[in-house]
Design a protein. Structure first.
Length: 253
């Protein structure tokens, strides 16, 4: 009996190991990818997430516009995905590695074209419109559109979460960028130094969050939650003398 159990344990462990590896492979999903923005990616600046200059914000050219089915009205802004070109030996670059991109824009649908002939971003398609430099890392330029496998991955960022304050005395609009971990912010709160209470902010568009609270002349603290349920607090990240247009960095996930 002991000998039989001795043989059974390695077999069970091997089965569990194989199951675990299979589970990892199941993390990949199918989609397609195209490109936009030109060879220098200048056409990718701005966008529906509100990030503005992607170079200045630290995202560079590792970016993509996502189709309606993935963009989720902007809630996905800031999330990171790993992509690899698959199942197209003609246009996938031989031996190319995967790339990691940040969702920074929206790829609008084109209902005038069929889903398989120009309407690449129409619902319910999952589609990445990559910056051209990133597309060319995994596929040939002439390919135009290629099949990809993708999965959501943690975002690796340099430095802390960045808060850029815009608006006026009775309307504060805060752009939140450079978020690590899950990357996609789902809830934000602000607290002035004259109050003990956190004030929930509402999402205006992209990753711009707003409040009508009057907070001039106060140190500002922010609390940020991402889609994975994690929360980070940036206490007194903006000094009492902050002004509109300034940016401040807080702790990172």
């Amino acid at each position: 009996m002991a000998a039989a159990l001795g043989l059974l344990v390695p077999l069970v462990m091997g089965f569990l190991s194989l199951g675990f590896c299979f589970g990892l492979e199941q993390g990949w999903s199918d989609a397609h990818a195209t490109f936009y923005g030109g060879g220098d990616a200048s056409g990718t600046m701005g966008g529906a997430c509100g990030y503005g200059n992607l170079y200045q914000q630290g995202y560079g050219t590792n970016t993509a516009a996502l189709s309606t089915a993935m963009f989720n009205n902007g809630l996905i802004c800031g999330a990171c995905y790993e992509l690899k070109c698959v199942n197209d030996p003609k246009w996938c670059k031989p031996g190319s590695s995967s790339v990691v991109i940040t969702a920074t824009n929206f790829c609008p649908p084109n209902q005038a074209l069929p889903n398989n002939a120009g309407g690449w971003c129409n619902p319910p398609l999952h589609h990445f419109d990559l910056s051209q430099p990133i597309f060319e890392q995994i596929a040939q330029y002439k390919g135009g559109i290629v099949p990809v496998a993708y999965r959501k991955v943690p975002c690796m960022r340099k430095g802390g979460i960045k808060f850029t304050i815009n608006g006026h005395s009775y309307f504060i609009l805060v752009l939140i960028t450079n978020v690590g971990g899950a990357g996609d912010v789902v809830s934000v709160w602000v607290k002035g130094s004259k109050s003990r209470n956190w004030v929930p902010m509402s999402r205006n568009w992209g990753q711009n969050w707003q409040t009508n609270a009057k907070l001039d002349g106060q140190c500002l603290s922010f609390k940020v939650s991402t889609s994975d349920g994690r929360t980070v607090v940036s206490n007194n990240v903006a000094p009492a003398g902050w002004s509109y247009g300034q940016s401040f960095s807080g702790p990172q996930f």
